[in-house]
Design a protein around this ligand. Structure first.
Ligand SMILES: CC(=O)SCCNC(=O)CCNC(=O)[C@H](O)C(C)(C)COP(=O)(O)OP(=O)(O)OC[C@H]1O[C@@H](n2cnc3c(N)ncnc32)[C@H](O)[C@@H]1OP(=O)(O)O
Ligand SMILES: O=C([O-])CC(=O)C(=O)O
Length: 371
């Protein structure tokens, strides 16, 4: 038996949800560029869950179902106030809160497709409320109730800040949600599929996936990008800092990808949004620094930016706190995780690969007093 480190190149399942072929990303056969330019996040949720775009009445129904399910049990909101340590990471809080939601769902253990679909709607709706409420509660503010007439993207920004966003802000955030929604068998989606392939419940799958997304080699990279930009602080400092990092063989967050070689097709949409939003804010430096870093890393290492790189300056320009960047990724990717969870259940087999053993050969047990 030989292993592939990090399972590189291993095809672990079949899926009809999204594909990456020759650096082109599609959701159910629709090019990501087409969706980023035209689709609402709600349409993408429907597309991922049903493998087709919704008709107008189906979209209206999904929007209504999401709006009706955004409220979160008070006990889950209250638990945000109980942490003893002050610097609880929002992804850790979210991981616990999603698990806790399952304790208030009468259907949590129901394993039929209809019940699982209903749970998918509840989780997708409530995860936006959880992230925004956590952001407010830790700042000593009350959560804001969603407005039923706003889109998912606008509602998120509204629930976070208490103000209905401008059209350009809603457009940028919707685009970010569309771009992050699914990505074939990335680490967190694989984690979700492994969890539910034991026939564990939907909440277990999403909770496990949040844990996997949290790390800086995956979704956690967007927060680290903003940390790097903040530390560099000016376009003049970029060359020195980045060259030093590369010379020291440090990883530059937001660059590189396991699957893409020529570049991540999602990055350009976020780059363009970063340019627009930083200009509107009068804070072009974040965009200009990002462009300069991109030139150096891509030029010197042939490592193009991934989806996490320009999303950092987009979210910063939307006045979002930096440690909420990864939870926002989770809000969007929940749609993909749920699509994969439903797909896994529909054609399930336990996921159980093998390990190539590299430890010592056969040994004889020695009693503790003789060791
Ligand atoms: C939504 C997402 O999850 S997108 C990815 C988000 N993560 C990041 O942006 C973190 C930074 N990037 C990385 O760590 C990697 O590129 C990953 C994790 C995305 C992909 O990792 P892998 O496919 O395992 O590549 P691996 O880490 O083995 O890197 C291969 C080589 O490229 C180098 N490399 C890869 N990414 C980077 C980077 N961001 N900066 C500098 N060098 C890099 C590695 O040091 C390694 O060099 P070596 O062969 O000389 O040792
Ligand atoms: O696919 C991956 O490995 C990581 C990624 O870009 C994503 O999850 O969006």
């Amino acid at each position: 038996m030989t292993s592939s480190k990090g399972l590189e190149g291993v095809v672990a399942t079949q899926s009809a949800i999204s594909s990456i072929i020759d650096d082109t990303l599609t959701y159910v056969g629709y090019n990501i560029d087409d969706l980023a330019n035209n689709a609402s996040f709600e349409e993408v949720i429907y597309l991922l869950w049903h493998q087709r775009l919704p008709k107008a009445n189906e979209l209206a129904e999904l929007k209504q179902q999401l709006a009706e399910n955004m409220a979160v049990p008070q006990a889950v909101l209250d638990h945000f106030k109980t942490y003893e340590i002050k610097n609880v990471h929002p992804m850790a809080a979210l991981r616990t809160a999603v698990s806790m939601l399952g304790l208030f769902d009468d259907e949590a253990e129901e394993m039929n497709p209809e019940a699982n679909y209903r749970k998918a709607i509840r989780i997708q709706a409530k995860i936006a409320t959880l992230v925004t409420a956590f952001g407010r509660v830790r700042a000593g503010q009350e959560p804001v109730e969603p407005k039923k007439d706003l889109s998912f993207a606008a509602n998120f920004l509204y629930m976070l800040s208490g103000e209905v966003p401008a059209d350009i802000e809603e457009e940028a955030f919707n685009k970010a949600l569309v771009l992050h929604a699914d990505h074939e068998l990335n680490a967190s989606t694989f984690t979700a599929r492994v969890a539910v392939a034991t026939l564990s419940d939907v909440y277990s799958g999403v909770t496990a996936a949040i844990g996997a997304l949290k790390g800086p080699l995956h979704g956690g990279a967007n927060e680290q990008v903003m940390k790097m930009l903040t530390e560099i602080d000016s376009v003049e400092n970029v060359e020195k800092v980045i060259t030093e990092k590369l010379d020291n063989k440090e990883k530059i967050m937001g660059f590189g990808h396991r699957v893409y070689r020529k570049g991540d097709p999602r990055a350009k949409h976020l780059r363009d949004m970063s340019q627009k939003l930083t200009k509107i804010r009068g804070e072009e430096k974040w965009y200009e620094m990002s462009i300069k870093i991109d030139e150096i890393v891509t030029g010197q290492k042939d490592l193009p930016p991934n989806v996490d790189f320009y999303s950092a300056s987009v979210y910063h320009s939307l006045n979002i706190e930096h440690d909420l960047f990864t939870p926002i990724f989770a809000v969007s990717r929940t749609s993909g995780w749920l699509a994969h969870i439903l797909e896994q259940y529909s054609n399930n087999r336990l996921i159980r690969p093998r390990a190539e053993y590299i430890g010592p050969g056969m040994q004889t047990y020695v009693p503790v007093e003789k060791r």
